[in-house]
Design a protein around this ligand. Structure first.
Ligand code: AP5
Ligand code: MG
Length: 227
């Protein structure tokens, strides 16, 4: 395990089910000192604790729609702040945020003022047919955000989180109808986002159907660029 020499401030972009959460867990095994923040996991925790934001977000997420830009930006930037990550020396990884151009601009304003702007954006490109197959087999442990897949990385004991022994659940937004809406939302918002990061010179992509293909590419890429 090693920490990248240069602070890494990474955004993983990718369609729902592309494997952002999965690649995040794999990266954490290689890089100590990299703090992950997933907007979806933050929201699911808010829902679980029945907070005001959670109650508001629950229906929107269940319908496969996006939350208002200002709300989700506030939530994630607040988390970055609370964890003391808004400085030029910290390394962190964002999963699921920003996912619209206005969100990217809000975040960038905050980061640039603290000399901690994103220095790498990687899009995970996975064919849609592969994604649809995966989602049916996904189970999650909400408190930790740990992800299992019945075919690809099953829990040691069926229906139970490996670390805590707590029950796993299906995400309510993982049924075929809602999932298609989430895919559509991604496809509608991603192009301006990619153009924005391309113009900033930080956009890259890795392509493949399985982690055996995607993960080594991602790891190589980060190690070459940041070591
Ligand atoms: P969020 O939780 O961010 O969901 P998402 O972007 O739709 O992405 P997923 O978490 O579904 O997929 P993933 O890419 O992490 O894939 P995973 O690794 O699990 O957001 C949920 C909702 O919150 C949104 O719909 C929206 O309402 C709201 N929201 C969140 N952020 C927002 C924002 N910024 N603005 C507005 N609203 C926001 O992998 C999927 C499955 O595939 C797993 O079963 C996994 O085990 C398996 N798998 C992964 N990789 C592989 C592989 N290589 N080979 C085989 N199986 C694999
Ligand atoms: Mg995820």
């Amino acid at each position: 395990m090693s920490l990248p020499l240069r602070p890494l401030r990474l955004l993983l972009l990718g369609a729902p089910g592309a494997g952002k959460g999965t690649q995040t867990s794999k990266l954490l095994k290689h890089f100590t000192g990299l703090t992950p923040i997933s907007s979806g996991d933050l929201l699911r925790k808010e829902i679980q604790t029945k907070s005001e934001i959670g109650n508001y977000a629950q229906d929107i997420i269940a319908k496969g729609q996006l939350l208002p830009d200002s709300l989700i930006s506030g939530l994630v930037i607040n988390e970055l702040n609370n964890r003391n990550l808004l400085n030029k020396n910290s390394s962190w990884l964002l999963d699921g945020f920003p996912r619209t151009l206005p969100q990217a601009k809000i975040l960038n304003e905050d980061l640039v003022s603290k000399a901690s702007d994103l220095n790498l954006v990687v899009e995970l490109k996975v064919p849609e047919r592969v994604i649809l197959e995966r989602i049916e087999n996904r189970w999650v442990h909400v408190p930790s955000g740990r992800i299992y897949n019945l075919q690809y990385n099953p829990p040691k004991q069926q229906g139970v989180d490996d670390v805590t022994g707590e029950p796993l659940s299906k995400r309510p937004d993982d049924n075929a109808e809602v999932f298609q809406k989430r895919l559509n939302a991604y496809n509608e918002t991603v192009d301006p986002l990619k153009s924005y990061y391309k113009d900033l010179g930080v956009l890259h992509s890795v392509e493949g159907e399985t982690s055996d293909i995607i993960f080594p590419k991602l790891l190589d890429f980060i190690q070459n660029k940041f070591n």
